[in-house]
Design a protein around this ligand. Structure first.
Ligand code: ADP
Length: 290
C-alpha cells in the first residue's frame, strides 16, 4: 500500500479580460473549480495506476466535496482530517492570452496534526511506501516515524525548499525531483545524486527529455529513460502523474526501470490533456498505448 501525506487544494480558475492591477476590480466571465494540490494529484495517479493509496491530509469544513472526489477516484480517504481552517485553495486568474496570476492559500494543508499522522501510520505495514511532497505540515515527523517502521520513504521535492528537503533527506529511500529542483538542491548543498546524498534512488525528471535514474545498486551511473513522444498541450500535473505511477508500480512489485517506463507513458498521455487530477489517465488507457 501507499500512504501519501499530501496537500488537497481547490483550484478556482477565473477567466478575466486581463489580469487585475493594484486597486483594480474586474468581473470574471467564467469560474471552474477543480481538485488540485500535488498531494491529491499523486494520490489520484497512484489510485488510477491500481495501487491501494491512503491519503493522509486535512481539509476545512468547506472541503467535503474534495474528499468525495478523491473517494470517487479510488483513494482511501479515511485518514483525512477536517480541521478548523479553510481548505487549501488556489485562486487562478487567467487572461485571454493564457497568462495567469495565482494566489495560493495553503490553509488546512499546513494544519495536519502530528497525532493524525502518527495514528494513520500505525496501520502501515513494513514495506509499504510513504510518499510526501512539500505542501503540508509534518513531513519530517512522518519521514522519521515511517523510516523507523521500515516503510519505504519517497519524497517529491516540490515546491522546492532547501530546509524541507534537508529535514527529510536522512530518512529517504527514493527522491524524485525535476531538473530545476535538482539544480537548486545542488546549488544549496553541493550534493549530487551519489553516495553522499544518502538516498538509495534518485530520479531526475527532464520534461520532454524523459528522466535520469541514479541508483546505489548501479554504482550511481545514471541510466537515461526517454520520454514518450507526444504533442503536449498542457504540462501541468506531468510530474505528479509520473510520481504517482512510479510508486504505484513499485508497490505492485515492478522493477524500477519497468516502473519508470510505465510512468513515462502515463505522464505523456497526461500532457496531451488540459487539466489536473480530473484527467489523470487510468492504467488501462496507459497500457493501451502499447
Ligand atoms: P514536472 O512536471 O515536475 O516539472 P517534468 O516536466 O520533468 O516534471 O515531467 C515529468 C515527466 O513527465 C517526464 O519525466 C516525462 O516522462 C513526462 N513529460 C513531461 N513533459 C513531457 C512532454 N512534453 N512529452 C512527453 N512526456 C513529457
Amino acid at each position: 500500500a501507499i500512504w501519501n501525506l499530501g496537500s488537497i487544494n481547490a483550484d478556482y480558475f477565473y477567466r478575466v479580460p486581463h489580469l487585475p492591477g493594484p486597486g483594480e476590480t474586474i468581473a470574471a466571465t467564467d469560474l471552474t473549480r477543480g481538485l488540485g494540490g500535488k498531494g491529491a494529484n499523486m494520490s489520484v495517479a497512484a489510485a488510477r495506476a491500481a495501487a491501494h493509496v491512503a491519503h493522509i491530509g486535512a481539509v476545512g469544513s468547506d472541503g467535503a466535496w474534495a474528499v468525495e472526489r478523491l473517494t470517487e477516484y479510488g483513494v482511501d480517504t479515511r485518514r483525512i482530517q477536517t480541521v478548523d481552517t479553510a481548505t487549501g485553495h488556489a485562486i487562478i486568474t487567467l487572461d485571454s492570452r493564457g497568462e495567469n496570476a495565482i494566489v495560493l492559500f495553503p490553509g488546512a494543508n499546513m494544519n495536519i496534526s502530528q497525532n493524525a499522522v502518527g495514528l494513520a501510520l500505525t496501520e502501515a505495514e513494513q514495506g509499504d511506501i510513504l510518499l510526501m511532497q512539500n505542501e503540508t505540515s509534518q513531513q519530517a515527523f512522518a519521514a522519521e516515524t515511517g523510516s523507523k517502521m521500515g516503510l519505504r520513504i519517497a519524497y517529491a521535492a516540490a515546491p522546492f525548499s532547501t530546509e524541507s528537503v534537508g529535514a527529510v533527506l536522512p530518512f529517504l529511500d527514493i527522491l524524485i525531483l525535476n531538473k530545476i529542483e535538482m539544480a537548486q538542491l545542488h546549488l544549496a548543498t553541493g550534493l549530487m545524486p551519489s553516495a553522499d546524498m544518502g538516498v538509495d534512488t534518485v530520479i531526475v525528471t527532464l520534461g520532454a527529455d524523459g528522466c535520469a535514474l541514479y541508483d546505489r545498486s548501479a554504482g550511481w551511473v545514471p541510466q537515461h529513460f526517454p520520454a514518450v513522444p507526444v504533442t503536449a498541450v498542457d504540462t501541468t500535473g506531468a510530474g505528479d502523474t509520473f510520481t504517482g505511477y512510479v510508486l504505484a508500480a513499485l508497490d505492485r512489485g515492478m522493477t524500477m526501470p519497468d516502473a519508470i517506463r510505465l510512468a513515462a507513458k502515463a505522464a505523456a498521455l497526461m500532457v496531451t490533456r488540459y487539466g489536473t487530477a480530473d484527467v489523470i489517465p487510468d492504467l488501462k488507457e496507459v497500457l493501451d498505448l502499447g
